[in-house]
Design a binder for this molecule. Structure first.
Ligand code: SF4
Length: 372
């Protein structure tokens, strides 16, 4: 079986949600960490699992306004709503779908991932009415109790899919699910299983191994996915199948989204590299500069530091330098060339100049910091 140009494998066309996602055009909405299930392979980080937190891409959000801002920043063409189980917070899910459709128009493509536990016909009716374009069910492979609910989705003219991780050793169960669900769904999306650095995932304890020391992908998962594509072909089931590989997520989807975000986040003097990272000059105060414990310190209150930095920004401006004040990570942003040019003057003002390369995401994660 041939790998496609996105480093994944497919039989028939890719689901529409995946097509947008691969191009990095989808904003990822983490709607809540609350979930009625507790899967042994759950990839959620400890600060998200069963916690009612909301993120749009990497940005924690509390309002629809912030949701729109983040979508505009990356010029999103759609959104994927995930969790947890978004249906655990149904009103929020409906509100976000309605808000996004109203703001960006009906062509803004929205898909959702949900377990079957909270699925009912009236809930699906509400999601459809709100404008949802595509629904992806994540059924429990070890208990078929809720599988009958998959058929409810067939009543609406949207795209319906099954999305599950490809768990080595679960071939029989997955085939049973395919046999059962193929009349009701348009596609099957098989995720290459990955181990996660969290408390909930028990894959390593259960004896699963990664492909090699540099990968989180589980040995045997991709091979099982390819076998399942063959199974669907042999049975001549009409559904499309896509194996979403760990490599696709990293090398294509995430990297394309980061590049889009870079276009929206860049300041006039920033330099963008081919991976979408931003290089800029930055002026810090000694007590709040990158180094040990910096991320933790950023969570504290910085009212006094911000005030002092704002006064110093006025002094920096006198050097005829373009500046931008960054409240999130209190610091003064300038161009890389200005940072290099006026090192002594900045130090005289008790500022710590640096050249920083960082992600264009809300958390502005540093890749490299060079103090001057
Ligand atoms: S359904 Fe998804 S979010 Fe919920 S426990 Fe399982 S893997 Fe985690």
């Amino acid at each position: 079986m041939e790998e496609n140009k996105f480093y994944s494998y497919n039989h028939k066309d890719l689901p529409k949600g995946c097509q947008y996602c691969i191009k990095g055009q989808k904003m990822v909405i983490f709607l809540t960490g609350i979930c009625p299930r507790k899967c042994y392979f759950c990839p959620l980080s400890d600060d998200k699992f069963q916690k009612d937190v909301i993120f749009a891409n990497e940005r924690p959000i509390i309002s629809s306004k912030e949701l729109i801002e983040e979508a505009e920043l990356m010029d999103a063409k759609g959104a994927g709503i995930t969790g947890g189980d978004p249906l655990a917070k149904l009103d929020r899910t409906l509100r976000y779908i309605t808000t996004l459709k109203k703001h960006f128009g009906s062509h803004f493509h929205i898909h959702i991932y949900t377990t079957l536990r909270l699925t009912t016909e009236p809930v699906l009716q509400k999601l459809y009415k709100a404008g949802l374009d595509e629904i992806r069910f994540h059924p429990d492979l070890d208990a078929s109790t809720h599988w009958k609910k998959i058929a409810f989705a067939e009543k609406f003219p949207w795209q319906v899919g099954i999305e599950i991780p490809c768990i080595p050793g679960k071939e029989k169960e997955i085939k049973k699910l395919i046999d059962y669900s193929h009349p009701y769904v348009d596609f099957l999306n098989l995720n290459e299983l990955e181990v996660a650095d969290n408390q909930q995932s028990k894959l390593i304890e259960l004896g699963f191994e990664t492909k090699d020391d540099f990968s989180y992908a589980v040995k045997g998962s991709l091979e099982l996915g390819k076998e399942l594509i063959q199974y669907v072909q042999e049975k001549e089931y009409p559904l499309a199948v896509h194996i979403c590989t760990a490599k696709l997520k990293d090398a294509t989807q995430l990297s394309n989204r980061i590049k889009r975000q870079a276009q929206g986040a860049k300041l006039p003097f920033d330099i963008i590299d081919e991976e979408g990272m931003l290089t800029r000059g930055a002026l810090y105060l000694e007590e709040l500069s990158p180094g040990a414990g910096y991320r933790e310190k950023l969570k504290e209150d910085h009212e006094e530091i911000i005030e002092r930095l704002k006064e110093l920004q006025q002094e920096v401006k006198k050097l005829n330098i373009k500046t931008v004040f960054d409240e999130k990570k209190p610091r003064i942003l300038i161009s890389k060339s200005d940072a290099k040019k006026h090192v002594k003057k900045f130090k005289k003002l008790n500022l710590k100049p640096a050249i920083v390369t960082e992600y264009p995401t809300y958390d502005q994660l540093e890749v490299e910091v060079e103090f001057l």
